[in-house]
Design a protein around this ligand. Structure first.
Ligand SMILES: [Cu+2]
Length: 504
């Protein structure tokens, strides 16, 4: 198999950007030290240097109130179109996406493209990169997509992501080095909307804090429910408390366990499974009964291949795995970590009875790899370089007070640049995540991918365990204002967010 130099494709624009950027700075006349705005000329200048093919792909995303049938139960919710998840968008790296959000929701919204490093004014964060798209209005996102891999999109307003507003965006690599016979996108989601109130109700409830006589355990030693909250949902893999919120359903591609999606293939087929955790407050441990799987990518970026029994995905994380299928019928199971519930899909290559709804393949308890143990594929490894700037990002807060924050500061959407982590174009940036809380947090950086340690995976979303310190590096090559936040939607909403801001 030929060696693919992926960096040359992805980084094509970046290598050139130095010169163009200086010119852009001169033109905008921005004073030194001011924060770059999403509308500054420099953002446009960097976009012009991206390696684009000029091919424009048009999509319409209609966000509206709708109904879905979840295993015989009709729920009223919000979605993109009439599918759950929303229809997969598929492009080739280098294409220009032109996606129009038609906001028919009763409130304002926007679209964030999770995992894509695009021009700052298209990142879809209201009040940070754009004005909110008001109810009844449209907004067209247009940018060059140059990050191959498994990504997804969702709103960045309130708790909207915990309704049905999510969908995959898959970016094909024109020089894809892997070969496989089939390809399946598998989106995992914890569901409560329209079954147990709404995500807004949950936010209201958790905001009040969870100091109700502590981390109780149910009769069987399992997690115990109090309203929408969950006590004693613990996981060894996550270093303690696994989640705060009770979800009555766990879905794979919008289907609960009593009505699972069936994936069909020939025995012996080699399948690429693209796993995405679209959940609000649930990590999933995923295994395919009777099979081991080979991890090839995380967060869209290739890693040195690693064979495992199961993978663990925090909210917002993606894993691509390759599996060679046996002959028969097999359960693809996502265990809601610490919550003692599962989501199910069925893989069928032959005859046989479908697995039961509650099946738990042994592989779930086998070897599970933590992302920090993976190694970046050489094609995407950052060049060795000393960081010019170092930012300490301490994760703070507690379940009892529900005061999740970064460096003790709860993000203020009205003053998003306060306490910003400043970087300059061209710098190598080191971010030191220190988790001083008693709970894990999936930390997501917009507009960039970082490398974990000196040769760990390139990622945009990273599980940081309680008490853990993890150093990650990224190259400041995409000027603008970018969120760094916990992808537990409720943690993020109450304040565990910060801003990486470029100075001009
Ligand atoms: Cu968190």
């Amino acid at each position: 198999m030929p060696e693919i130099n992926r960096r040359s494709f992805i980084g094509g624009g970046i290598a050139l950007s130095g010169l163009g950027l200086l010119a852009a700075c001169g033109k905008s006349g921005a004073s030194s030290g001011a924060l770059v705005k999403p509308t500054d000329a420099i953002v446009d200048a960097v976009e012009k240097e991206r390696a684009g093919t000029g091919k424009v792909r048009k999509f319409t995303l209609r966000a509206a109130e709708t109904e879905f049938d979840l295993g015989g139960r009709t729920v009223r919710t919000w979605g993109y179109g009439d599918e759950l998840p929303g229809k997969e968008l598929r492009l080739t790296a280098g294409d220009t996406i032109e996606a129009t959000l038609e906001n028919r929701l009763p409130e304002e919204s926007s679209v964030h493209w999770h995992g894509l490093a695009m021009r700052n004014d298209m990142d879809g964060v209201p009040h940070v990169t754009q004005d909110p798209v008001k109810a009844g209005k449209d907004f067209t996102y247009r940018f060059i997509v140059d990050t191959p891999g498994t990504h997804w999109f969702h709103p960045h307003t309130g708790t909207q992501i915990d309704r049905g507003l999510y969908a995959p965006i898959i970016v094909d690599d024109p020089r894809e080095p892997l070969s496989y016979d089939e390809e399946w996108t598998v989106m995992l989601d914890d569901w409560l909307d329209g079954v147990d109130g709404t995500p807004d109700d949950v936010l209201e409830e958790v905001r009040g804090g969870m100091d109700h006589g502590a981390h109780g355990m149910g009769d069987g030693g399992g997690p115990m429910r109090m309203g929408s909250m969950l006590m004693g949902a613990t996981s060894d893999l996550l270093g303690g408390d696994a989640g705060d919120v009770f979800y009555p359903m766990h879905l794979i591609n919008g289907r609960p366990g009593n009505d699972p999606r069936t994936f069909k293939a020939e025995p012996g087929a080699r399948v690429r499974i693209r796993l995405v955790n679209a959940g609000g407050d649930t990590a999933y441990r995923v295994a395919l009964g009777g099979h081991r799987m080979t991890v090839t990518h995380t967060d869209g970026h290739p890693v040195e291949h690693r064979e495992v029994d199961a993978v663990l995905l925090g909210m917002g994380e993606r894993y691509d795995v390759l599996v060679t299928l046996d002959d028969g019928v097999f359960p693809l199971v996502a265990l809601a970590e610490g919550k003692d519930e599962t989501a199910l899909a069925v893989v069928r290559t032959g005859s046989g009875r479908a697995p039961g709804e509650k099946v738990r393949p042994d592989e779930l308890d086998g070897e599970v790899v933590h992302s920090t143990e993976l190694t970046a594929d050489p094609s995407v490894r950052l060049e060795k370089r000393k960081p010019e700037v170092r930012h300490e990002v301490e994760l703070t807060g507690s379940m009892a007070a529900y005061d999740w924050a970064i460096n003790g500061r709860r993000f203020d959407h009205g003053k998003p640049t306060e306490g910003a982590f400043k970087v300059e174009q061209g710098q190598r940036v080191r971010v030191v995540f220190t988790n001083s809380t008693e709970m894990w947090h999936p930390m997501h950086l917009h507009g960039h991918t970082f490398q974990v340690g000196s040769k760990g995976p390139r990622k945009d979303t990273l599980i940081v365990l309680p008490g853990e310190t993890v150093e990650v590096d990224f190259d400041a090559d995409n000027p603008g204002r970018w969120l760094v936040h916990c992808h537990n939607i409720y943690h993020g909403e109450v304040g565990m967010m910060g801003l990486v801001a470029y100075t001009s």
